[in-house]
Design a protein around this ligand. Structure first.
Ligand code: PLP
Length: 343
């Protein structure tokens, strides 16, 4: 699978990791499902996640824990996203880690609120909790990174997570049906493949009766004939970001998000939900509508050729995204339109 290797090499260059540790998937959701089902959870194990994560994490954990007899706990890392602080978030997470915690399942940038987690500080807290534990009892930190990849330049090594799961079809602008899972060496061995890989040595073992172990990346890349044209085109998405520079992409995304937040903060009809602090936010910007139906605002904005969405969570906000294909004029037009439509 020469073209698979090209995608892995492009992703590895972008993420600053070993290409052999990258599995290619069809989406974030597929990656989360494969990782959580691949972990050998035991009865009584504790899986820690948060109320802020998306359905894909919650449902993958529910299914995996039900099979293993493990317990899943959701904690809130902040009450008011706009007032969230790194210390509060890290402190609440650290306080919820138990001796039986085997997995800490988090999302880098919450699509529920736009909050970007202080992942490095959280990883340090998980490492402190792991001090003195036997390998089989360690808690691993798994990150749904989909709203950070291509919007924030931090790499898995900077973040300190054990497993990094993402689609490459959102902020990275890869085709639909593409994604990846990277696992650090220690965590990778704990994830057993679920779907037969079509790549050597898995396929060759079957053919020859051999028993060669697969590297994490190959072993966890689902086989079957995939949408290869889409998968292999992801190489170009990484190259596009590399040509601009991930730091410049992140700076521009932040600059536009800050411009949008500054503008929306002055609009009387909405309340800014996403933190103003660029250290605690990326390109997602959420607001709460003071009066009326938020879905009506989304519809009216669309009529004005401004694309916003409703967050797909029980607590619903109006959500915008400022990527590098957004212009400052478009940001200003969005602020003006929200002002007019919420008076
Ligand atoms: C945090 C988060 N994770 C995962 C997903 C799903 O991503 P994918 O389509 O790559 O499975 C979404 C939204 O679609 C999301 O907001």
């Amino acid at each position: 699978m020469e073209h698979d290797d090209e995608v892995r090499a492009a992703a590895a260059g972008y993420l600053g990791v070993d290409a052999a540790a990258i599995a290619l998937t069809g989406s974030t959701t597929m990656g989360l499902g494969l990782v959580y089902h691949g972990l050998a959870l035991r009865p009584g194990d504790h899986v820690l996640t948060t109320t802020h994560d998306f359905y894909s994490t919650h449902e993958a954990l529910r299914l995996a824990a039900a099979r293993a007899g493990a317990e899943v706990e959701q904690v809130a890392l902040y009450d008011d996203p706009a007032a969230a602080s790194a210390d509060e978030v890290t402190g609440r997470l650290a306080a919820a880690i138990r001796p039986a915690t085997r997995v800490v399942a988090l999302t880098w940038v919450h699509s529920s609120t736009g909050v970007k987690l202080p992942v490095r500080a959280i990883a340090d807290a998980v490492a402190a909790a792991n001090a003195g534990r036997a390998d089989a009892d360690r808690a691993i930190l798994v990150l749904d990174a989909v709203h950070g990849l291509g919007a924030d330049a931090a790499q898995p090594g900077d973040l300190g997570c054990d497993v990094f799961v993402s689609g490459t079809h959102k902020w990275l602008f890869g085709p639909r049906g593409t994604g990846l899972v990277w696992a650090a060496a220690g965590a990778g061995v704990a994830v057993a493949p679920t779907i037969p890989s079509f790549t050597a040595p898995s396929f060759v073992n079957w053919f020859s009766g051999d028993d060669q172990p697969s590297p994490f990346g190959v072993g966890n890349t689902p086989g079957g004939y995939q949408a290869f044209e889409h998968r292999w085109a992801a190489t170009e998405a990484f190259a596009f970001h590399q040509a601009i520079g991930p730091d410049r992409v992140a700076a521009r995304t932040q600059e536009l998000a800050t411009r949008l937040k500054d503008g929306l903060a002055d609009v009387g009809g909405v309340r800014l939900v996403t933190p103003r602090d660029p250290g605690l936010s990326a390109g997602l910007v959420c607001v709460e509508v003071a009066r009326g139906d938020p879905s009506e605002l989304v519809r009216q904005l669309r009529d004005a050729r401004i694309v916003a969405s409703l967050t797909p969570y029980r607590e619903t906000y109006v959500r915008f995204g400022t990527s590098i294909v957004t212009t400052p004029d478009q940001v200003d037009a969005a602020v003006e339109a929200v002002d007019e439509l919420t008076r």
